[in-house]
Design a protein around this ligand. Structure first.
Ligand code: C5J
Length: 202
């Protein structure tokens, strides 16, 4: 199970997502579903990898092209109510408490939207001998979709948990699921948390 960026900065008021003018309550609403899926994976003894989109405190891994986006009065690295936006070690960069990683679960910090960009994600997958990846997290059309596409190109089988992912824009989520699964699963497949848990328990 790959849980993408279930961080306070995206899910809670006062974080990076809210600073861009988004209604974060949509994202907060999936936390119990992601937690249910996570519990299923833990009970099944299957590997879980959590990712966090965040940057080094000196912002040396933040390209100008990324920093100069969004609302220019509050940018990545600027101080907010949960610390500096999207900076490692700040409260906002933490994974929400309900999904706190357990010891033994990898936590991958990534400076990009996709998890493969300038990280050791592929090594983590190979070390665990993983071929089939089930994705949850936020946001569907940005970090989740980018990572699924990168994984698909590298030969992994990818499945998106449709109710354990969310976007600030409902139409973007729907379009992403449609794009991923169209043309015989051109990027991968999609299924509900109930269906995935049913399969895990079978
Ligand atoms: C965004 C993400 N949306 N985790 N990041 O900036 O999807």
């Amino acid at each position: 199970m790959i849980i993408i960026d279930m961080q306070r900065d995206f899910v809670e008021p006062g974080g990076f997502g809210a600073s861009l003018g988004n209604d974060v309550s949509r994202l907060g609403a999936i936390v119990p579903t992601v937690a249910r899926l996570l519990t299923g994976f833990r009970h099944a003894g299957l590997p879980v990898i959590h990712t966090r989109e965040c940057h080094k405190p000196d912002l040396s891994d933040l390209p100008d092209a990324k920093r100069n986006r969004g609302t220019l009065d509050l940018r990545i690295g600027d101080p907010g109510p949960m610390g500096r936006l999207l900076v490692a070690g700040e409260a906002g960069a933490d994974i929400v408490p309900e999904l706190k990683p357990l010891p033994g679960e990898a936590v991958l910090d990534k400076p990009g939207k996709g998890a493969f960009c300038r990280t050791n994600f592929e090594e983590l997958l190979q070390e665990r001998d993983l071929q089939q990846l089930i994705f949850a997290g936020v946001t569907t059309e940005v970090c989740v979709q980018t990572t699924m596409r990168e994984a698909n190109d590298r030969g992994y089988d990818c499945l998106l948990a449709t109710d354990a992912t969310e976007s600030y824009f409902p139409s973007f989520k729907a379009a992403t699921i449609e794009m991923i699964t169209a043309q015989g699963g051109i990027i991968g497949w999609a299924a509900s948390t109930d269906k995935i848990l049913e399969a895990l328990n079978a």
